[in-house]
Design a protein around this ligand. Structure first.
Ligand code: PEP
Ligand code: MN
Length: 339
């Protein structure tokens, strides 16, 4: 971290600053130039609050030269992280994963029908929400514990591992047989939840918050990893912009940027990114071509009657056709899909 001092900074103030830096367990290297004096802070500055420094009236600017995330940082872990699920399915590296299923579990028939269809089309993970974060308290809130039981039935029927969203850590016991725990966009900065998931032994699918930067997403991953759980999968699911035609704006640049910044797998959700089912296939292909490690796609057996997110849900036939297109793109990305 580099601290640039104002011309008006006195020797006394500089001495105070150096003492304070040293009291934080860091080294202060002072360089005096003709026009400005800078102080380089050497050591682990990750937990240092830069606003404490920038508020001092003799300091002109504070610039971080090292990212505050360490465990998620590719600089300290060059190899791609590959997350192994149930000793066979690999996520990350050369492996391309497709997770698919309804926004919400609605009934046994619905989840089992969709599970069979997405499996036949080539998906290797079944998605389904049991606890739903809805904007309106009057909207369908998910089936809760019963929804998880129905997902487990679909898992047993098809052999597909399952991913489902947790909203409250008090429900963790219900997720004992869920293979991947999802943290939704609205909870990306629920730090208490992230800390608790840091102690859990399951992979976490961490979705980017509606208005969060890539660094904030990586800091949230860091929360989970700092607790000991390094199996984090990042998900770009569109962000808020001034555009209102689509539900969100898919940030395609997030894919190559995250691949540079972190070793963690990066998957893309084209369903929540667009909110419009006919836009899902082109966005899914763009994400695949940009180097994503996989996709998570909403599929419903009868989108018109879905209790949640019908307009963005593909029918099983549409999903099948999308899978064909994604498969044909994969050789260009040097990734392989299981099955
Ligand atoms: C979901 O995956 O069903 C969901 C609610 O997504 P997000 O958190 O990205 O809005
Ligand atoms: Mn949804």
């Amino acid at each position: 971290m580099i601290v640039t001092l104002k011309k008006s900074c006195t020797e006394e103030q500089l001495k105070d600053l150096v003492h304070w830096v040293e009291s934080q367990g860091l080294e202060a290297q002072v360089t005096r130039g003709n026009f400005k004096t800078i102080v380089a802070l050497v050591g682990d500055t990750a937990s240092l609050d830069t606003t404490l420094l920038s508020r001092l009236d003799y300091i002109a600017s504070v610039t971080r030269i090292q990212e505050p995330y360490k465990k998620a940082n590719r600089k300290f872990h060059q190899e791609d992280t590959v997350i192994e699920l149930n000793n066979h399915l690999k996520i990350g590296g050369k492996n391309f994963v497709v997770m698919a299923g309804p926004c919400s579990v609605e009934s046994e028939e619905q989840i089992c029908t969709v599970a069979k269809r997405v499996k036949a089309a080539g998906a290797t993970v079944l998605r389904g929400g049991a606890f739903k974060p809805r904007t309106s308290p009057y909207a369908f809130q998910g089936m809760g514990a019963e929804g998880i039981s129905l997902l487990l039935k679909a898992k047993q029927l098809t052999g597909l591992p399952i991913v489902s969203e947790i909203m409250d850590i008090s429900k963790l016991d219900l997720f004992a047989d869920v293979d991947i725990i999802q943290v939704g966009a609205r909870n990306m900065q629920n730090f208490e939840l992230l800390k608790e998931l840091g102690h859990c032994d399951k992979p976490i699918l961490l979705k980017r918050g509606l208005s969060n930067t890539l660094q904030e997403l990586l800091m949230s991953a860091e929360y989970i990893m700092a607790g000991g759980n390094e199996r984090v999968i990042l998900c770009e699911r569109g962000i808020r912009t001034f555009e209102t035609y689509t539900r969100n704006t898919l940030d395609i640049s997030a894919i190559p940027a995250l691949k540079e910044l972190t070793h963690l797998p990066v998957i893309v959700d084209p369903s929540h990114a667009s909110g419009i089912s006919r836009l899902v296939p082109p966005l899914a292909m763009a994400a695949t071509a940009a180097g994503a490690d996989g996709l998570i796609v909403e599929v419903h057996n009868d989108p018109a009657k879905a209790l949640c997110d019908g307009p963005q849900s593909l029918t099983p036939d549409e999903f099948d056709s999308l899978m064909g297109k994604v498969r044909s793109l994969l050789p260009l990305t040097q990734k392989v899909m299981e099955g």
